[in-house]
Design a protein around this ligand. Structure first.
Ligand code: 2AM
Ligand code: CA
Length: 290
């Protein structure tokens, strides 16, 4: 386990749990190592992008997984366990640990976010890594592998697209002039919200986009090229990195009720510019709630 002396003594009390914040020098070293591994994993995927794929399905026939997803997660598992035996890995493909609490230092890893895009388009997918310490997001990395674009952030140190710092999100976004990322299932009959209310949202905003990688859609919100992103059901590894990055540019991330995200469970997601959050929640998701 990582020595406690590596962390500052500052303690945050929240929900009567004791958190220690990671010291900046520890975080910086961890970030450099994580970035090196992410870039290495991305290079390997690019080199193999035209190799024949072995494709399997998981929860349903459209929930795809390939040997590349598994090999990439195994790569991170062996690197993390080799260098940081006290850290935990929470990964989509199951090569990590059984995670039942957010205590300790946890790497929350999606080796390929947007596997359907990876299979069908060979682009528009990302490696997503959030590093949390005692439940607090310390580092976020979202790597658009084929575009060779790395979105990254460290807590209280700003967010970056490659080496360029991202600006704070605009304070003057009007919902009617915004672009939202959302999956088209919001507009089909569904168990969460009246689809007619969501159709009204789509008619209200300037435009909608559906990218097919939750991590990339969150990166686009941080970049300000999307003003918000809504998802019905995501897993912790889809969103852990994005939450750290969006936080650094002044965006907000909650579930569809406006509650904080629980990174131990599947969850709905609303992440957006602060200016439009309450309207999306109150005027649409709350009014259309089933
Ligand atoms: P994945 O590619 O890592 O599975 C697609 O709209 C987004 O939803 C992607 O980020 C995708 O992540 C995620 N996703 C796809 N199927 C999912 C499922 N069954 N549960 C949670 N997230 C899913
Ligand atoms: Ca995945």
């Amino acid at each position: 386990m990582t020595s406690m002396s590596q962390f500052v003594s500052m303690t945050v009390y929240e929900d009567s749990r004791r958190h220690t914040l990671m010291e900046q020098s520890t975080r910086q070293a961890l970030f450099k190592q994580a970035r090196e591994w992410v870039l290495e994993a991305g290079r390997t995927i690019r080199e193999k992008i035209d190799d024949p794929l072995v494709i399997d399905t998981k929860s349903n026939e459209n929930d795809l997984v390939t040997t590349m997803d598994k090999e990439t997660e195994q790569f991170f598992a062996s690197k993390i366990k080799g260098k940081y035996p006290g850290h935990l890995l929470f990964g989509e493909e199951g090569y990590g640990d059984k995670i039942e609490s957010l205590d300790g230092t946890i790497w929350i890893v999606d080796p390929i976010d947007g596997t359907m895009n990876f299979v069908h388009q060979k682009r528009n997918f990302a490696i997503s890594i959030g590093i949390y310490h005692d439940g607090i997001g310390e580092i976020g990395l979202i790597y658009d592998v084929m575009g060779d674009v790395l979105y990254h952030a460290q807590r209280n140190s700003g967010a970056y697209k490659n080496n360029q710092q991202l600006k704070q999100l605009s304070f003057s976004v009007d919902l009617r002039e915004s672009i939202l990322g959302l999956n088209h299932f919001w507009l089909c009959e569904n168990s969460l919200v009246d689809e007619r209310v969501m159709q009204r949202l789509v008619r209200t905003v300037r435009g909608t986009r559906s990218t097919g990688s939750a991590a990339l859609e969150m990166a686009y919100v941080a970049e300000g090229v999307f003003d918000g992103y809504l998802a019905m059901r995501l897993s912790p590894w889809d969103i852990a990195a994005g939450m750290v990055i969006i936080n650094e540019v002044g965006g907000v991330t909650t579930d569809r009720h406006g509650h904080p995200i629980n990174l131990l469970e599947k969850t709905s997601l609303v992440t957006c510019n602060k200016q439009i959050q309450s309207t999306i929640l109150k005027e649409f998701l709350e009014k259309g709630k089933k």
